[in-house]
Structure formats: structure tokens, C-alpha cells
Design a protein around this ligand. Structure first.
Ligand code: CA
Ligand code: CA
Length: 306
């Protein structure tokens, strides 16, 4: 009898979790990603295929150990239900955070930012989230684009203000793969018109997808994963809460992994307008110092259900 009651209560609790929610703080729409198993990383074959693709398209030599840090380790992880922002945090949302808190970003304190212009990274005085292409640029016409020039700490402070957290690597990979556990949010092969990427080599820009640099976050209607999460591939790299370690998957806890307890770099995920499409695959990891920022890295938040 008691057992019956607790089962019913659990079902009731599950049913009461709406598929979508809105964060009243910043107006962000969130979608529920249902709990489930996840094998983090790509197979040897998938990584070799990516390596060949990059070597062929970019005419570069990759280190022998390229991709070893995102290889499957035969370990099945479990990720509990969580809500994730449908889109990366936009300039408009970030402006609200700044207006309400008076927060100064790392770039504002430093007084400069590195701006990739499609050919090279230029150090520009006065470049920051509100002036993404340099002192005299503005976000006026790109309010619906993802915020950029945000360090990990900036992203973390925003998430706190919004009553949320940054996603773990496992949450990111799960949201990107969708229920079908695909290489790209929509399936296993590249499709033009589903994300904004670059060439991954000089001149970096590829506007055959409609965009030179960042794009409005809702531009690719067909680029979502099965959970309805957009922009998990391309547009901007996104900060995760995990510290980077090459052997993280071997050592991470199996239930709701949160990554190594310390490190020097944070993991970023999903590739950007600057990246080769292959680098936007669901299992690819990159790393970046938490104090760094640039115009190809942003973030989104998650709401963990306690
Ligand atoms: Ca592009
Ligand atoms: Ca992205």
C-alpha cells in the first residue's frame, strides 16, 4: 500500500514537470531534457573519420593523439532530468543582467578584447560584450545574437543572477545528441542550412550558411536536437561548468558527472561561426582558460531539478 502510494507520488511529480518553462529573470525559454543514459564521447571510427575530414579539408597535420580526449571509455553515464535554455544567452538578455547588477565583465576591466575578423585575431581597445567588434561597434542591431567576449567567470555570474547554473559537459552532450544520440543535433551527417560555421582555416568565414559571424539565435529552425534545443552546433562555442582533463571520462562519476574537481582550463562545446563543421560535432571537446574571452564564445544556462 505504502509502495503504491510512493509510486503514484513519483508519477505525479514527473507529470508536473512541464516540457517548457520560462525563466522570469531573463525571459529565457527552457526545455526539459529527460533523464537517461549517455555514453560520453565518440567511437574510434568516428574520431578517425573526423580526423581524416579535417586533414583533407584544412590541409593540416594533426597530432597523433588528436581526439583521444573525446573518445568513449566504455562507461555509461546517467544524467537526471534538467532544463536547458533553448538558445544561447543573447546580447539583450546580457544587457538586462548588466543593467540590474552593474556587473563589469573581464573584458571591460581589462579594457580590450581579441576580435577575430575572419582572417586574424586583433587586439582591440574598448572591445567587449557591448562593443563586440571594437570600441565604435554596438549591439543595437544584433540584440538577438549570442553575447560574446564573456569569460567563464562572467558566464558563471550571469547564471547565478538568473537562478541557474552553467551546464556540465555531460548535459551539453546529451542536449546536443538528442534522444537518438546523433553526431550532430539533427542526425549523423553534415547538412548545410542547419547551423552557422566557418571553414576552420583562413579566411575562416563561410557565408554559404547565410552568416559571416554570429547569427540570431533562432535563425536555424531545423537545427535543433530532438529535445528542441537550438544552436548546440555552430554560432558560438559555449562554456560548460567542467574543468578540462584529457582523461576526464575515465575518472568521472557515473551519475550526473561534474568533471574533475580542479584544473586550469574549462571545457567549451559546440563549435562556432569560425569552426570547421566537423568541430561542431556533439562529442568534440575544446578547452579554454576561464579568464579568456573572444567573439566566438558564449554560453547558455541550465536549471537543475533538485
Ligand atoms: Ca557561417
Ligand atoms: Ca553553439
Amino acid at each position: 500500500m505504502i509502495m503504491l502510494f510512493s509510486c503514484a507520488a513519483r508519477t505525479q511529480k514527473k507529470l508536473s514537470r512541464e516540457a517548457r518553462r520560462t525563466n522570469e529573470k531573463d525571459g529565457a525559454e527552457m526545455v526539459l531534457v529527460n533523464e537517461g543514459k549517455l555514453e560520453l564521447g565518440g567511437t574510434r571510427e568516428q574520431i578517425d573519420a573526423l580526423k581524416n575530414e579535417l586533414v583533407k579539408n584544412l590541409s593540416i597535420k594533426l597530432p597523433d593523439n588528436f581526439g583521444d580526449d573525446f573518445m568513449k571509455q566504455g562507461k555509461i553515464f546517467f544524467v537526471s532530468d534538467f532544463y536547458i535554455y533553448l538558445y544561447p544567452v543573447t546580447n539583450k538578455q546580457f544587457a538586462k543582467f548588466i543593467n540590474e547588477t552593474g556587473y563589469k565583465t573581464t573584458a571591460e576591466k581589462n579594457g580590450y578584447a581579441y576580435v577575430y575578423d575572419g582572417k586574424e585575431a586583433k587586439k582591440l581597445d574598448g572591445a567587449n560584450w557591448a562593443h563586440p567588434a571594437g570600441e565604435f561597434s554596438s549591439i543595437k542591431d544584433i540584440l538577438n545574437h549570442p553575447v560574446v567576449h564573456v569569460s567563464f567567470n562572467d558566464a558563471h555570474e550571469y547564471a547565478k543572477w538568473a537562478g541557474c547554473e552553467l551546464p556540465t559537459e555531460a548535459q551539453c552532450e546529451k542536449a546536443a545528441r538528442g534522444a537518438g544520440s546523433f553526431e550532430y543535433p539533427w542526425g549523423n551527417s553534415y547538412e548545410n542550412g542547419k547551423m552557422n560555421t566557418g571553414l576552420g582555416k583562413q579566411p575562416y568565414i563561410d557565408n554559404s550558411d547565410g552568416f559571416d559571424f554570429t547569427n540570431p539565435v533562432d535563425a536555424f529552425k531545423n537545427g535543433a536536437s530532438s529535445y528542441g534545443v537550438h544552436e548546440m552546433a555552430g554560432n558560438v562555442w559555449e562554456w560548460t561548468s567542467d574543468w578540462y582533463a584529457a582523461d576526464a571520462y575515465k575518472n568521472m562519476e557515473e551519475k550526473n558527472p561534474t568533471g574533475p574537481s580542479r584544473g586550469e582550463m574549462k571545457v567549451i562545446r559546440g563549435g562556432s561561426w569560425f569552426s570547421h563543421p566537423g568541430m561542431c560535432k556533439s562529442f568534440v571537446r575544446e578547452k579554454m582558460s576561464p579568464s579568456r574571452y573572444n567573439n566566438e564564445t558564449g554560453f547558455r544556462c541550465v536549471l537543475n531539478i533538485k
